[in-house]
Design a protein around this ligand. Structure first.
Ligand SMILES: [Zn+2]
Length: 251
């Protein structure tokens, strides 16, 4: 962070900290924030204020975003970086918001060289060094402690992409071991794939079996939304995420 940024941010916080009524409403709308201690809540309020100032919100397809809608997105986006800092999001600027899920054309060659094309419905998407794209309907369904959280999911992809392609391997902090990360994540990912392939129940959303990147994004959702479920299913993954996010949602 440049000294100028520090000065500018301090001025924003002095002059336009998110207001009491809106802040109380935003916290009340998100039961997963209830566990935060007063000091953490104050820091989250500051980060949310700065996020609202520094990111550009672009509603599309006739959607209009009011202050409380923007705050809902911002507060969830800032939860993962509560103890990391807003600079972890300094390589992108724009949040595009669709009213509901949006269509993405997909195309892939199969093993015999035949091109397959299809359309996928998405609740969110994160582009490397580009925008985060969200469905408002999905944002509204997030943050209530049921394990699904499109904002946390896309932010996890953003953190993952800080060292290149999304691959389930974000830049680890000094003191964290690459080996410990792999030893926690690889067997958990394999276990989830085995369960999904054999038609068994999966402890987390089976979408996590798509790729290591999706696994990291989905277990990040559970880490904040349903930490007990993650701890029971994959305790080593929970512990690595606690080190990475520098938070202990289980207390
Ligand atoms: Zn994803």
């Amino acid at each position: 962070m440049w000294p100028f940024d520090g000065w500018r941010r301090k001025r924003i916080l002095d002059e336009s900290l998110i207001g009491d009524a809106l802040w109380r409403r935003t916290l009340a709308d998100h039961p997963i924030l209830g566990r935060l201690r007063p000091g953490e809540r104050a820091r989250l309020r500051e980060l949310t204020t700065l996020f609202l100032h520094e990111k550009l919100f672009e509603p599309v397809r006739g959607l209009t975003l009011d202050d409380s809608m923007r705050a809902m997105i911002a507060v969830q986006a800032c939860l993962p970086i509560l103890n990391l800092g807003l600079d972890w999001y300094d390589d992108w600027r724009t949040v595009v918001v669709y009213p509901a899920q949006f269509v993405r054309p997909r195309a892939q060659f199969d093993g015999t060289g035949v091109m397959h094309e299809w359309q996928e419905m998405l609740g969110g998407e994160a582009w490397e060094r580009g925008p985060v794209i969200l469905s408002w309907a999905d944002v509204e369904a997030s943050g209530v402690g049921e394990g699904y959280n499109v904002v946390l999911h896309e932010m996890a992809h953003k953190l993952d992409m800080r060292n290149g392609d999304a691959d389930g391997f974000p830049p680890l902090h000094r003191g964290m071991q690459t080996r410990a990360w792999t030893d926690a994540f690889a067997p958990a990912y394999e276990d989830l794939n085995r369960r999904a392939e054999t038609g068994h129940d999966t402890p987390v959303d089976p979408y996590a079996a798509e790729s290591p990147a999706e696994f990291f994004a989905v277990v990040s959702e559970y880490f904040f939304e349903r930490p007990g479920v993650l701890m029971e299913a994959y305790p080593a993954v929970y512990r690595q995420l606690a080190e990475f996010y520098r938070q202990q949602p289980l207390g």
